[in-house]
Design a protein. Structure first.
Length: 115
């Protein structure tokens, strides 16, 4: 994990999908450190995040929203991410409701509207 903290962003870009997999369960070792690193680049990895948000894995969606969008270190959140959050709010799946994905999506939109 030390290498992750020291790695330049351009070294990590090819591995973003693999790094995102560590967020499938935030209790996994190193998930927090990975989220910390990725949250500084939320907008530049929006395509990767949107793929997760369109998946059927509610827990994974929850952690990506919570750790990468809600706690993003960006100054603004890309409109494509906002639209995807709104889609989840407007039409949550059973899994989304079970895992609270629709709720964290709503909280995230509200947080970024107030910034």
């Amino acid at each position: 994990m030390q290498h992750l903290q020291e790695a330049a962003w351009d070294e990590l870009i090819p591995h973003v999908d693999i790094l995102l997999e560590w967020l499938q369960d935030f209790n996994w070792p190193d998930a927090r450190a990975i989220a910390e690193k990725l949250s500084a680049h939320t907008n530049s990895i929006k395509g990767n995040i949107i793929k997760v948000l369109r998946s059927n894995d509610g827990l994974w969606k929850y952690w990506c929203i919570n750790q990468l969008i809600y706690h993003s270190k960006e100054f603004i959140i890309d409109q494509d991410l906002v639209l995807e959050l709104q889609r989840i709010i407007d039409n949550p799946s059973k899994e989304d409701k079970l895992e609270g994905v629709d709720e964290i999506a709503q909280e995230t939109i509200e947080r970024w509207r107030s910034v």
